[in-house]
Design a binder for this molecule. Structure first.
Ligand code: FES
Ligand code: FES
Length: 158
């Protein structure tokens, strides 16, 4: 199959890659661009560890052919993280013990970022609904819910 040039915006920077048809955004991010915060768990759409934002909406990058994001704005955890220190959602994750092995954390943080952008004061139920597609094997979810509530407070106070 013939590769073709694909352009999109990654974390505010225009990028161009050569990709074979049906190459996923996850593969391009991790293996071609070396943006490895986006994780590769199930690679079947079932775990959420590969979640990135596409024009602000969370999507599983393992299910997304990279040719479908031509011209789109992609945000990964690298794009959220400031040059110095941490984003308030990252701080909230650390301080609420919401990260153990950390494999689910990038996807969780991106989902919570999208939630708080559209709904700055979500209810507990809305947080649970937002993270429903993201699996965590370590925390039992409660610290992640508390971190999302704490992140909302930090962002609203900030
Ligand atoms: S790696 Fe994409 S949903 Fe699991
Ligand atoms: S912290 Fe280990 S999978 Fe969530």
């Amino acid at each position: 199959m013939t590769s073709k040039i694909v352009n999109f915006n990654l974390n505010g920077r225009d990028v161009e890659v050569m990709a074979k048809p049906l190459t996923t955004l996850q593969t391009v991010l991790r293996e071609q661009l070396h943006y490895t915060a986006t994780k590769a768990g199930c690679k079947q759409g079932g775990c959420g560890s590969c979640t990135v934002l596409v024009n602000g909406e969370p999507m599983a990058s393992c299910l997304l052919p990279v040719e479908d994001v031509v011209g789109q704005q992609i945000t990964t955890l690298e794009g959220l993280t400031p040059a110095e220190g941490l984003h308030p959602i990252q701080e909230a994750f650390f301080e609420n013990y919401a990260i153990q092995c950390g494999y689910c954390s990038p996807g969780m943080i991106m989902v919570i970022k999208a939630l708080l952008d559209r709904n700055p004061q979500p209810t507990r139920e809305e947080i649970i609904e937002a993270i429903a597609g993201n699996l965590c094997r370590c925390t039992g979810y409660e610290p992640i819910i508390e971190a999302a509530q704490d992140a909302a407070r930090r962002l609203n106070d900030g």
